[in-house]
Write a protein that binds this ligand. Structure first.
Ligand code: GLU
Ligand code: MG
Length: 420
């Protein structure tokens, strides 16, 4: 049997899944220029597979242009490899397509650059690994860690081979639940890496004959899988977030950004917690947020001011970051981070102030339906992309809700657990 190496060129789409096409590695140079073909209705492919609704019909051509900066080539012992590029969706003339998720983030980054600022981010992702048995008392235990050692080490090896600095790999609170974190990077690269980490987690689990389930609620009433997005603002090489003299320790320059995130949080949720099951996770007593609030070192908050270690101010300024917890793996990282940055930019534009720590924070949306209504009603969010893209996104997600009508909470969780 003669094999030829293939490489996949994909995009993380609105469903938060990487889809695309493969080509022979030998054709890489030509494909980097030409891309691989796609149609407009591809973006309307639901997380469950079928295109449930599309304003684009059967016409039109687009290309996925692979980005050499988002290339993965990770070999495994069994002779297989993870070989893929992430890319942009472009019109045939090479311009960005208005529905491209990566372009959504790029435009947000450019808007923030208008304030002389850049955002660094790091995604912490939780998931269930099915390769070990469920045992009571295993939470955070060395014994739980030992039982998945092969998976953890293979994953860490894959992340290193992909050129990432894995930060930590740990057993989490839920049965068979783990978490992987990687080092912070500028926003676009951080979102690319979030996508790549998910795929490597899935790829390593699959090679070991098991699955990684990243779905927000693998089982009804169980423990949620969060994706926590750590963010810090920088001016060039200088961190500008920290000022111990200001409320929450957030500098006067950075505060309006996070006030903007709080102000638009219901609309952001339509991108960052974009599944029906996402809202089973955002319920009390799950270490997941319920209110659109900001709090210092509180893992129940939507925005958590993360701790800094040590006392030297220079090091504190470097470490200081805020964690956004209203996100999960049903989200497309480009859309989630793009919406966060755009909301922050609106806060900077309007010089919004942070609420005082004692203020009562509004509730987050209680369902995807509420989040979509908030997105549709948010006049600022209407400017984050084109009216065509906004209408298509809302109808895409409304169709997903309709497809689950009449299913029980556990049946809905099971549907998503098959997908993510
Ligand atoms: N699993 C929790 C969530 O759904 C988070 C637990 C933690 O604080 O790491 O967000
Ligand atoms: Mg965690």
């Amino acid at each position: 049997m003669q094999r030829e190496d293939l490489v996949f060129a994909g995009i993380c789409d609105w469903a938060g899944l990487v889809r695309g096409k493969a080509f022979p590695v030998a054709e890489t140079n030509a494909r980097l220029k030409r891309g691989v073909g796609l149609t407009h209705s591809n973006i309307m492919m639901s997380c469950f597979g079928p295109i449930m609704t599309t304003p684009f019909g059967t016409t039109g051509d687009l290309v996925i242009r692979p980005d050499p900066a988002a290339h993965v080539a990770v070999p495994f012992d069994d002779g297989t490899a993870e070989r893929f590029y992430l890319g942009d969706i472009q019109n045939t003339d090479g311009s960005a397509w208005e529905c491209c998720p990566r372009d959504f983030l790029k435009r947000a980054i450019a808007a923030l650059a208008g304030f002389g600022l850049g955002l660094h981010a790091s995604f912490e992702q939780e998931f269930v690994y099915t390769g070990i048995e469920e045992r009571p008392g295993a939470t955070y235990a060395l014994d739980a860690f030992r039982r998945q050692a092969l998976f953890g080490e293979a994953l860490t090896g894959a992340l290193s081979a992909a050129g990432f600095g894995p930060d930590s790999f740990l057993p989490e609170y839920g049965p068979r639940q783990f978490e992987v974190t990687i080092a912070p990077e500028p926003a676009l690269r951080a979102a690319d890496r979030a996508v790549i980490v998910r795929e490597l987690v899935r790829g390593v689990a699959w090679r070991l004959g098991h699955r990684a389930i990243l779905a927000p609620m693998p089982a009804a009433g169980g423990i949620g899988n969060g994706t926590h997005i750590h963010m810090s603002l920088w001016e060039g090489e200088a961190p500008i977030m920290h000022d111990p003299a200001e409320p929450y320790g957030i500098s006067a320059r950075a505060a309006p950004f996070f006030a903007g995130v709080l102000a638009h949080m219901p609309a952001i949720a339509a991108f960052s917690t974009p599944s029906v099951a996402s809202y089973f996770r955002l319920t009390p007593n799950r270490w997941a947020p319920v209110n659109a609030n900001l709090a210092v070192q509180d893992r129940g908050a939507a925005l958590r001011v993360a701790p800094v270690f040590g006392t030297a101010e220079e090091s504190a300024a470097q470490q200081f970051n805020i964690e956004f917890r209203v996100a999960d793996a049903a989200s497309c990282p480009y859309l989630a981070l793009g919406a966060l940055i755009q909301a922050g930019v609106d806060g900077l534009t309007r010089r919004l102030a942070l609420p005082p720590p004692e203020a009562q924070a509004p509730l987050l949306p209680r369902s995807l339906k509420e989040a979509l209504a908030a997105l549709g009603a948010d006049k600022v969010a209407a400017g984050w992309w084109s009216p065509v893209a906004m209408r298509a996104y809302l109808s895409f997600k409304e169709a997903e809700i309709a497809s689950l009508a009449n299913l029980s909470e556990s049946a809905i969780c099971a549907r998503y657990a098959e997908v993510y």
